[in-house]
Design a protein around this ligand. Structure first.
Ligand code: UD2
Ligand code: MN
Length: 396
């Protein structure tokens, strides 16, 4: 989906042939300056992409590599801080009045001296924790939300791998690690709901939210981290599935939804505690709301999943099939609308943002695999004892 803001920007800042003189007069002085100074709007497909990539899984240099990346980030200056601030200051000195115009319709209707129409894209600098391109003005803004607990090595490999790719893609982005506090049952879907609301609270200009497992590493930077007119499934070809879709309706791994698409389906269900089901539930929500799933070419959408065992606290949820059957009944109330959680800590950093949360416990307690095994064992022993008691021969 192309937001109004992007349409507006494209209209005003595309080539001079497509923008009438009348429209040009409506351009804010800051935008004018951007055009004149040669700074440009980031292209849809950046020229710096390299295509297929090798994933660096070497753990020995990991901490050192991240330190270097962090210091590079600290030294970066954005186009915002360079030009927009200077122009804004000079406007303020002249005591000019700025009028906010957010959409094309507003702009066209505006009965104002158009040269003072404020073009919000150009001079709003993003907060700490959002990375912005260094040499062009972004018009695509993506929040990457990661459900997380006890996977620090995976997270470091992920950050080292992903940042350079996103920088090459010339988008504005923030990475939100949503860390589930405590040893209770893991709930990936609820963490993703938390991440969605936290990211938009932090920076309300995101036009795309990508829900991303921490152990998945893209193997091609032509897999662009932005949203589409339909919800997008991005991890199509994953090494553990032999680079093929395991089943057609799969919607796990890495997915991209605009805020409007996510809100339309009321986010994820909060009821899937433990492994599995939450991704299929989301697939149903999307289809139920008459949207389709978009997939880019499997040549570009390749991912490597770092090998791992099942985590403690994320055992397979046996009740997931029962939940899935009633999925659409629950959709109107179970999701973003019923989301509750407690934030322990918010840390907005150079390389990522960490949000530690308590998300509660399942209403109905489910058994862990060990508990199931113990119950099964007790059952067998019980049957054996009953058998012995009933059929025991007594010798006189
Ligand atoms: C599959 C899906 C995944 C999800 C899951 C079922 C793909 C490629 N992946 O992954 O998206 O639907 O099945 O729930 O289709 N995590 C932690 N700590 C934990 C447990 C999980 O950080 O203790 C996070 C982490 O980001 C991880 C993600 O949750 O990548 C999914 O868990 P998984 O990797 O154990 O599940 P997996 O690989 O079977
Ligand atoms: Mn995994």
């Amino acid at each position: 989906m192309v937001s109004d803001e992007i349409q507006l920007q494209n209209l005003l800042l595309s080539s001079s042939q497509s923008v009438t003189d009348h429209a040009r007069q409506k351009i804010h002085p800051i935008t004018q300056q951007i055009l004149e100074s040669g700074s440009h709007i980031c292209p849809l497909i950046s020229g710096t992409l390299v295509g297929p990539l090798k994933v660096n899984e070497d753990l020995t240099t990991l901490d050192e590599d991240l330190k270097i990346l962090e210091s590079e980030f600290k030294a970066r200056t954005s186009v915002h801080s360079n030009l927009a601030h200077r122009v804004k200051k000079s406007l303020e000195e002249k005591d000019e009045k700025l009028i906010t115009v957010n959409t094309i319709e507003e702009l066209q209707k505006a009965q104002v001296n158009y040269t003072n129409a404020y073009f919000p894209l150009s001079n709003v600098e993003p907060p700490v924790g959002v990375v912005t391109p260094g040499n062009c003005y972004p018009h695509r803004r993506t929040a990457i939300v990661i459900p997380y607990r006890n996977r620090s090595e995976h997270l470091k490999v992920f950050l080292r791998h992903l940042h350079p790719i996103l920088l090459r893609q010339d988008i504005e982005y923030g990475i939100y690690v949503i860390n589930q506090v405590g040893n209770g049952k893991f709930n990936r879907a609820k963490l993703l709901n938390v991440g969605f609301s936290e990211a938009l609270q932090h920076y309300n200009k995101y036009d795309c939210v990508i829900f991303h497992d921490v152990d998945l590493l893209p193997e091609d930077d032509r897999n662009i981290y932005t949203c589409s007119s339909q919800p997008k499934h991005m991890s199509i070809a994953v090494n553990i599935f032999d680079y093929k879709l395991p089943y057609n309706d799969i919607f796990g791994g890495v997915t991209a939804l605009t805020p409007a698409q996510f809100q339309l389906v009321n986010g994820y269900s909060n009821e899937y505690w433990g492994w599995g089901g939450e991704d299929d539930d989301m697939y149903k929500r999307i289809r139920y709301n008459c949207m389709s799933i978009l997939r880019i070419s499997e040549e570009h959408a390749r991912y490597l999943m770092v090998r791992h065992h099942k985590d403690k606290g994320n055992e397979i949820m046996p009740e997931r099939f029962t939940l899935l059957k009633a999925s659409l009944n629950r959709q109107p109330y179970d999701g973003l609308k019923s989301l509750n959680y407690t934030v322990h800590n918010r840390m907005f950093g150079v390389l990522y943002n960490n949000i530690s949360v308590s998300i509660g416990e399942p209403l109905v307690k489910t058994m862990t695999q060990e508990e199931q095994a113990v119950h099964f064992g007790i059952g067998i022993v019980g049957i054996f004892i009953i058998y012995i008691l009933l059929f025991k021969r007594t010798c006189s």
